[in-house]
Design a binder for this molecule. Sequence first.
Ligand SMILES: NC(=O)c1ccc[n+]([C@@H]2O[C@H](COP(=O)([O-])OP(=O)(O)OC[C@H]3O[C@@H](n4cnc5c(N)ncnc54)[C@H](OP(=O)(O)O)[C@@H]3O)[C@@H](O)[C@H]2O)c1
Length: 298
Amino acid sequence: MAHKNILHMLTPQKHVSPFDLNMALDAGYDAVLPYAGVAMEEVTELVQDVIFSRPPDRGVRSAVFFGGNDAVLALDMIEATKKALVPPFGCNIMADPSGSYTTAAAMVACIERTLKNRHQKALKDVTIAVFGATGVVGYCAAVIAALEGARVKVVGHDGIERISKRAKEMEARFGIEVEPVDGSSDEKKTALIEDVHVIVAAARAGIQVLGKDQIQGASKLLVAADANAVPPLGIEGIDVMDDEEAIEGTSAFGIGALAVGPMKSKTEYGLLQRMIEADEPQVLDFRDAFALARTLAS
Ligand SMILES: NC(=O)c1ccc[n+]([C@@H]2O[C@H](COP(=O)([O-])OP(=O)(O)OC[C@H]3O[C@@H](n4cnc5c(N)ncnc54)[C@H](OP(=O)(O)O)[C@@H]3O)[C@@H](O)[C@H]2O)c1
């Protein structure tokens, strides 16, 4: 008899994301069980309840998924889950808080493809400015790009202090280097993008990060990507549907939020299916999401 694939979906927030629930059932899970308001201290007990309820060889048919809206807390919950396992009892582990891991992975994969197709360059050849890097999508995009060898500047919209703390946290956790930059005025943003090849706009929905004049003044710009689909869009001059479209008045190409969306969905779906099909328990975060997204993009 085939054993059922069961996914336990945990979030620190009030509600588990209906998007993720639908996605998991469509990917093939037999049951997806939501747990809302989960605190860090409760992870061990819940995970051990999951693993001890089935014989060890069926652990691979169980999975724990972390949602929420905090990229770092989700990483901490993955670590807490790994520590809670009692071999040979185990289970699959995945996180995608607010869809951020798979969105950032898809965005960076689209940027990588555009750099290659349009400029014959790789991520390791470029300097990237990430706006919104204290948020979940920007955080992951910055780390993925830095792990791929890009020089990454993370931009603070309210001065240098908070973004510097975030940069230190990224560096300590992932062994990367990222440079915090003050983007608290239009003048500062104009000056800092003069020196970058790629822009990632991952600020809050409905906030315009850069205007047309600023983008047109960025003489080294090769690619710009915007995660925001809610008007006003994050970068003036890049439409939501743009997918490697030339940006007027520049030599750069733009990627809009709705060009990233389908690849984000395919990536999340693909990771969920990977856990269903796995012979050994998987641990999946935004690095795995990027590895999959770049194969989908190429
Ligand atoms: N395409 C997709 O499939 C997809 C999926 C998920 C999300 N998204 C989009 O991606 C974007 C980021 O989402 P998120 O979930 O990461 O959002 P988030 O966690 O709310 O983060 C938003 C970021 O924007 C910053 N911010 C706030 N006000 C700002 C301002 N006035 N100027 C510049 N930056 C400002 C925030 O800084 P603080 O630290 O001060 O809050 C934070 O760094 C949103 O537009 C969202 O709609 C797209």
